[in-house]
Design a protein around this ligand. Structure first.
Ligand code: ADP
Ligand code: AMP
Length: 214
Protein backbone atom coordinates (compact mmCIF):
# COMPACT_ATOMS: atom_id res chain seq x y z
CA UNK A 1 0.00 0.00 0.00
CA UNK A 2 1.63 3.23 -1.20
CA UNK A 3 0.08 6.30 0.36
CA UNK A 4 0.64 10.04 0.03
CA UNK A 5 -0.60 12.45 2.70
CA UNK A 6 -1.77 15.80 1.35
CA UNK A 7 -2.86 18.84 3.33
CA UNK A 8 -1.75 22.24 4.59
CA UNK A 9 1.12 22.51 7.07
CA UNK A 10 -0.42 21.58 10.43
CA UNK A 11 -3.43 19.74 8.97
CA UNK A 12 -2.40 16.60 10.86
CA UNK A 13 -0.56 14.69 8.12
CA UNK A 14 2.26 13.58 10.43
CA UNK A 15 -0.12 12.64 13.26
CA UNK A 16 -2.18 10.42 10.95
CA UNK A 17 0.82 9.08 8.97
CA UNK A 18 2.35 7.71 12.19
CA UNK A 19 -0.88 5.87 13.01
CA UNK A 20 -1.18 4.52 9.46
CA UNK A 21 2.43 3.31 9.57
CA UNK A 22 1.79 1.50 12.83
CA UNK A 23 -1.52 -0.13 11.82
CA UNK A 24 -0.41 -1.30 8.38
CA UNK A 25 3.25 -1.96 9.34
CA UNK A 26 4.78 0.22 6.65
CA UNK A 27 7.46 2.95 7.03
CA UNK A 28 6.48 6.57 7.66
CA UNK A 29 8.65 8.77 5.45
CA UNK A 30 8.56 12.45 6.39
CA UNK A 31 10.73 14.75 4.28
CA UNK A 32 10.43 17.44 6.98
CA UNK A 33 11.83 14.97 9.56
CA UNK A 34 14.64 14.00 7.16
CA UNK A 35 15.61 17.68 6.71
CA UNK A 36 15.40 18.37 10.46
CA UNK A 37 17.64 15.35 11.17
CA UNK A 38 20.14 16.68 8.61
CA UNK A 39 20.04 20.15 10.19
CA UNK A 40 20.71 18.62 13.60
CA UNK A 41 23.65 16.61 12.24
CA UNK A 42 25.01 19.70 10.45
CA UNK A 43 25.18 18.01 7.01
CA UNK A 44 25.54 19.98 3.76
CA UNK A 45 21.94 19.07 2.86
CA UNK A 46 20.77 20.30 6.27
CA UNK A 47 22.60 23.62 5.86
CA UNK A 48 21.06 24.21 2.45
CA UNK A 49 17.55 23.13 3.52
CA UNK A 50 17.59 25.33 6.64
CA UNK A 51 17.90 28.58 4.68
CA UNK A 52 14.59 27.81 2.94
CA UNK A 53 12.77 26.22 5.88
CA UNK A 54 13.46 29.17 8.18
CA UNK A 55 11.75 31.48 5.70
CA UNK A 56 8.70 29.24 5.31
CA UNK A 57 9.73 28.41 1.74
CA UNK A 58 9.95 25.02 0.07
CA UNK A 59 13.34 23.42 -0.31
CA UNK A 60 14.15 23.25 -4.09
CA UNK A 61 12.82 20.16 -5.88
CA UNK A 62 16.31 18.96 -6.82
CA UNK A 63 17.29 18.64 -3.14
CA UNK A 64 14.30 16.47 -2.27
CA UNK A 65 13.29 14.32 -5.25
CA UNK A 66 16.33 11.99 -5.46
CA UNK A 67 16.31 11.57 -1.71
CA UNK A 68 12.71 10.27 -1.73
CA UNK A 69 13.10 8.22 -4.91
CA UNK A 70 16.09 6.43 -3.28
CA UNK A 71 14.29 5.99 0.02
CA UNK A 72 11.18 4.31 -1.46
CA UNK A 73 13.37 1.73 -3.16
CA UNK A 74 14.86 0.47 0.09
CA UNK A 75 13.91 -3.04 1.26
CA UNK A 76 11.61 -1.91 4.07
CA UNK A 77 9.39 -0.18 1.48
CA UNK A 78 8.64 -3.40 -0.44
CA UNK A 79 5.11 -3.67 1.06
CA UNK A 80 4.41 0.04 0.83
CA UNK A 81 4.99 3.29 2.70
CA UNK A 82 3.27 6.46 3.76
CA UNK A 83 4.81 9.66 2.41
CA UNK A 84 4.27 12.69 4.63
CA UNK A 85 5.21 16.11 3.22
CA UNK A 86 6.15 14.79 -0.22
CA UNK A 87 5.29 15.60 -2.97
CA UNK A 88 4.73 19.30 -2.37
CA UNK A 89 4.91 20.53 -5.98
CA UNK A 90 3.63 19.24 -9.32
CA UNK A 91 7.21 18.58 -10.59
CA UNK A 92 7.88 16.50 -7.44
CA UNK A 93 4.71 14.46 -8.08
CA UNK A 94 5.63 13.96 -11.73
CA UNK A 95 9.17 12.87 -10.81
CA UNK A 96 7.82 10.37 -8.27
CA UNK A 97 5.31 8.95 -10.76
CA UNK A 98 8.00 8.66 -13.45
CA UNK A 99 10.42 6.90 -11.06
CA UNK A 100 7.70 4.48 -9.90
CA UNK A 101 6.52 3.81 -13.47
CA UNK A 102 10.06 2.67 -14.32
CA UNK A 103 9.68 0.09 -11.56
CA UNK A 104 6.20 -0.88 -12.81
CA UNK A 105 4.77 0.66 -9.69
CA UNK A 106 2.39 3.47 -8.68
CA UNK A 107 0.89 5.37 -5.76
CA UNK A 108 -2.37 3.77 -4.49
CA UNK A 109 -3.94 6.55 -2.41
CA UNK A 110 -3.49 10.32 -1.98
CA UNK A 111 -5.28 11.24 1.25
CA UNK A 112 -6.09 14.93 1.60
CA UNK A 113 -6.52 16.01 5.23
CA UNK A 114 -8.70 19.07 4.85
CA UNK A 115 -8.43 21.85 7.49
CA UNK A 116 -9.29 25.55 6.89
CA UNK A 117 -6.51 28.13 7.31
CA UNK A 118 -8.04 29.72 10.41
CA UNK A 119 -7.74 26.44 12.37
CA UNK A 120 -4.17 25.92 11.15
CA UNK A 121 -2.65 29.04 12.72
CA UNK A 122 -4.07 28.02 16.13
CA UNK A 123 -2.83 24.46 15.81
CA UNK A 124 0.68 25.39 14.81
CA UNK A 125 1.26 27.78 17.70
CA UNK A 126 0.32 24.91 20.05
CA UNK A 127 2.44 22.27 18.33
CA UNK A 128 5.48 21.10 20.26
CA UNK A 129 8.03 18.89 18.58
CA UNK A 130 10.78 16.60 19.79
CA UNK A 131 13.73 17.27 17.52
CA UNK A 132 15.35 14.09 18.78
CA UNK A 133 12.75 11.39 17.86
CA UNK A 134 10.28 13.38 15.72
CA UNK A 135 7.27 12.94 18.06
CA UNK A 136 4.76 15.81 17.99
CA UNK A 137 2.35 17.04 20.63
CA UNK A 138 -0.17 19.82 21.04
CA UNK A 139 -0.28 21.80 24.27
CA UNK A 140 -4.10 21.54 24.41
CA UNK A 141 -5.15 18.56 22.26
CA UNK A 142 -2.29 16.10 22.77
CA UNK A 143 -0.21 17.25 25.74
CA UNK A 144 2.86 15.28 26.83
CA UNK A 145 2.70 13.64 30.29
CA UNK A 146 5.28 16.12 31.64
CA UNK A 147 5.19 19.65 30.19
CA UNK A 148 8.06 20.28 27.77
CA UNK A 149 9.37 16.68 27.87
CA UNK A 150 8.94 14.03 25.16
CA UNK A 151 6.96 10.97 26.39
CA UNK A 152 8.87 8.70 24.01
CA UNK A 153 12.52 9.66 24.51
CA UNK A 154 12.59 12.11 27.43
CA UNK A 155 14.23 14.93 25.41
CA UNK A 156 13.11 18.57 25.42
CA UNK A 157 10.07 19.66 23.35
CA UNK A 158 10.32 22.88 21.33
CA UNK A 159 8.18 25.23 19.26
CA UNK A 160 9.70 24.78 15.79
CA UNK A 161 11.17 28.01 14.38
CA UNK A 162 8.93 27.61 11.33
CA UNK A 163 5.80 27.25 13.52
CA UNK A 164 5.99 30.89 14.65
CA UNK A 165 2.86 32.73 13.40
CA UNK A 166 4.67 34.96 10.82
CA UNK A 167 6.31 31.93 9.23
CA UNK A 168 3.10 29.87 9.35
CA UNK A 169 1.32 32.57 7.30
CA UNK A 170 4.06 32.39 4.70
CA UNK A 171 3.93 28.57 4.67
CA UNK A 172 0.17 28.69 4.09
CA UNK A 173 0.65 31.05 1.12
CA UNK A 174 3.28 28.70 -0.29
CA UNK A 175 0.93 25.74 0.32
CA UNK A 176 -1.95 27.35 -1.61
CA UNK A 177 0.27 28.37 -4.47
CA UNK A 178 2.52 25.32 -4.92
CA UNK A 179 1.05 22.32 -3.10
CA UNK A 180 -2.74 22.63 -3.32
CA UNK A 181 -2.67 22.01 -7.12
CA UNK A 182 -1.72 18.42 -6.23
CA UNK A 183 -5.33 17.82 -5.16
CA UNK A 184 -6.47 18.20 -8.78
CA UNK A 185 -3.43 16.27 -9.98
CA UNK A 186 -4.32 13.17 -7.92
CA UNK A 187 -8.04 13.61 -8.50
CA UNK A 188 -7.26 13.35 -12.21
CA UNK A 189 -5.57 10.01 -11.48
CA UNK A 190 -8.63 8.80 -9.53
CA UNK A 191 -6.69 8.12 -6.33
CA UNK A 192 -7.66 11.21 -4.31
CA UNK A 193 -9.48 10.58 -1.00
CA UNK A 194 -10.66 13.45 1.21
CA UNK A 195 -10.99 13.38 5.01
CA UNK A 196 -12.27 16.11 7.33
CA UNK A 197 -9.18 17.00 9.40
CA UNK A 198 -11.08 19.31 11.78
CA UNK A 199 -12.46 16.28 13.63
CA UNK A 200 -10.90 14.71 16.67
CA UNK A 201 -7.69 12.81 15.69
CA UNK A 202 -9.26 9.36 16.30
CA UNK A 203 -12.24 10.23 14.09
CA UNK A 204 -9.91 11.38 11.34
CA UNK A 205 -8.05 8.07 11.68
CA UNK A 206 -11.30 6.05 11.58
CA UNK A 207 -12.22 7.77 8.32
CA UNK A 208 -8.79 6.91 6.91
CA UNK A 209 -9.19 3.24 7.92
CA UNK A 210 -12.56 3.17 6.13
CA UNK A 211 -10.69 4.21 2.97
CA UNK A 212 -7.68 1.90 3.35
CA UNK A 213 -9.55 -1.09 4.76
CA UNK A 214 -9.16 -2.95 8.09
P1 ADP B 1 1.38 18.26 9.72
O1 ADP B 1 2.21 17.00 9.72
O2 ADP B 1 0.27 18.22 8.70
O3 ADP B 1 2.20 19.51 9.60
P2 ADP B 1 0.85 17.59 12.52
O4 ADP B 1 0.42 16.15 12.43
O5 ADP B 1 2.20 17.85 13.08
O6 ADP B 1 0.63 18.34 11.11
O7 ADP B 1 -0.26 18.36 13.38
C1 ADP B 1 -0.16 19.76 13.66
C2 ADP B 1 -0.54 20.04 15.13
O8 ADP B 1 -1.94 19.80 15.32
C3 ADP B 1 0.19 19.13 16.12
O9 ADP B 1 0.45 19.88 17.29
C4 ADP B 1 -0.80 18.01 16.37
O10 ADP B 1 -0.59 17.44 17.65
C5 ADP B 1 -2.15 18.73 16.27
N1 ADP B 1 -3.21 17.90 15.69
C6 ADP B 1 -3.09 16.94 14.73
N2 ADP B 1 -4.31 16.41 14.41
C7 ADP B 1 -5.22 17.07 15.18
C8 ADP B 1 -6.66 17.02 15.30
N3 ADP B 1 -7.40 16.17 14.57
N4 ADP B 1 -7.24 17.88 16.17
C9 ADP B 1 -6.50 18.75 16.89
N5 ADP B 1 -5.16 18.86 16.83
C10 ADP B 1 -4.51 18.04 15.99
P1 AMP C 1 7.07 19.61 7.36
O1 AMP C 1 7.72 18.99 8.55
O2 AMP C 1 6.50 18.58 6.40
O3 AMP C 1 6.06 20.67 7.72
O4 AMP C 1 8.24 20.35 6.52
C1 AMP C 1 8.97 21.42 7.09
C2 AMP C 1 9.66 22.21 5.98
O5 AMP C 1 10.59 21.35 5.27
C3 AMP C 1 8.75 22.77 4.90
O6 AMP C 1 8.15 24.00 5.25
C4 AMP C 1 9.74 22.91 3.72
O7 AMP C 1 10.58 24.03 3.87
C5 AMP C 1 10.63 21.68 3.89
N1 AMP C 1 10.10 20.53 3.13
C6 AMP C 1 9.62 19.35 3.61
N2 AMP C 1 9.22 18.53 2.63
C7 AMP C 1 9.45 19.21 1.47
C8 AMP C 1 9.23 18.93 0.09
N3 AMP C 1 8.68 17.76 -0.32
N4 AMP C 1 9.58 19.87 -0.83
C9 AMP C 1 10.13 21.03 -0.46
N5 AMP C 1 10.34 21.38 0.81
C10 AMP C 1 10.02 20.49 1.78
Amino acid sequence: MKIIMLGAPGAGKGTQAKRIAEKYTIPHISTGDIFRANIKEGTELGKKAKTYMDQGLLVPDELVVDLVVDRVQQDDCANGYVLDGFPRTIPQAESLDAALAKLNDKVDYAINVEVPDENIIKRMSGRRACLSCGATYHIEHIPPKVEGVCDTCGKELVLRDDDKPETVKKRLDVYHEQTQPLIDYYNGKNILKEVDGTQDMSDVFNDIVKILGE
